[in-house]
Design a protein around this ligand. Structure first.
Ligand code: MN
Length: 241
């Protein structure tokens, strides 16, 4: 049972937003043998603990920008509209997952939430705050390779992927700035930006800046990430016995 944390989606004028998860993530979990369980925003802390105890793994999905208040900065004009309820819920759930060594994969916004939850910070916009990069990290092509990433030899990621360099899509305009204590950077883009972090001492706690759920049909390295999450979720000591 893999918990997918919901985001808010606009439902139209005058209507309260919906909560949900883009189907691509649900399909990727289903296709790798998992049971996707949607986790709503707005749970009280004791209920979050109840949900985490029932899960075998957690998946944080893509979405909007984390409110810079959570990393001690004021929001610049190039930062997106914040959703503090989602920020709070996801940061609490990811901290809970780390505390009980629940396997997790944190995708795109997810790697940023993971970093901020542990005390790191973000570039509010790569073009404005990390100028000079020859790479385009914000593309429209969800399934096309946008840039390579170099993988740290000997890392968990290297073992999962089995290649020193992979081509990934890139659909982000923010990126990790100060990397939080307890996170190891195990992949970077050629311009130096962080593309993967791993939680040190965790069975499987991995954040990726790209979108593997969009690449599962075409790229073995994307399937390998989901496969590894499912294997860890299945193994003894993963979530509930
Ligand atoms: Mn990128």
């Amino acid at each position: 049972m893999i918990g997918l944390v919901c985001g808010h989606f606009a439902a139209g004028a005058g209507l309260r937003p919906w909560q949900g998860v883009p189907e691509t993530y649900i399909t990727a979990v289903l296709d790798h043998g998992g049971i996707p369980v949607l986790v709503p925003l707005g749970l009280k802390p004791e209920k979050e603990a109840t949900v985490l105890a029932a899960l075998d793994g957690l998946l944080l999905v893509g979405g909007g920008d984390v409110d810079p208040v959570f990393y001690g900065e004021s929001r610049r004009e190039w930062c997106g509209t914040p959703d503090r309820e989602r920020d709070r819920s996801e940061m609490a759930l990811i901290r809970g997952a780390i505390a009980q060594d629940l396997p997790f994969l944190a995708i795109c916004r997810g790697i940023q939430v993971l970093n901020v939850a542990l005390g790191g910070s973000l570039y509010q916009d790569i073009a404005r705050e990390y100028p000079g990069s020859p790479l385009r990290h914000r593309t429209e092509e969800r399934q096309a390779p946008a840039h390579p990433v170099d993988i740290e030899p000997g890392s968990r990621l290297a073992g999962i992927v089995g290649e020193p360099q992979v081509a990934v899509n890139s659909l982000h305009h923010q990126a990790l700035k100060d990397v939080a204590p307890g996170l190891a950077v195990t992949a970077r883009a050629p311009d130096g930006l962080v593309e993967v972090v791993e939680v040190e001492g965790c069975r499987f706690g991995l954040g990726v800046q790209w979108h593997p759920e969009e690449l599962v049909a075409a790229q073995g390295h994307a399937r390998a990430l989901f496969h590894c999450l499912m294997e860890e979720a299945d193994s003894p000591g993963g979530g509930t016995e």
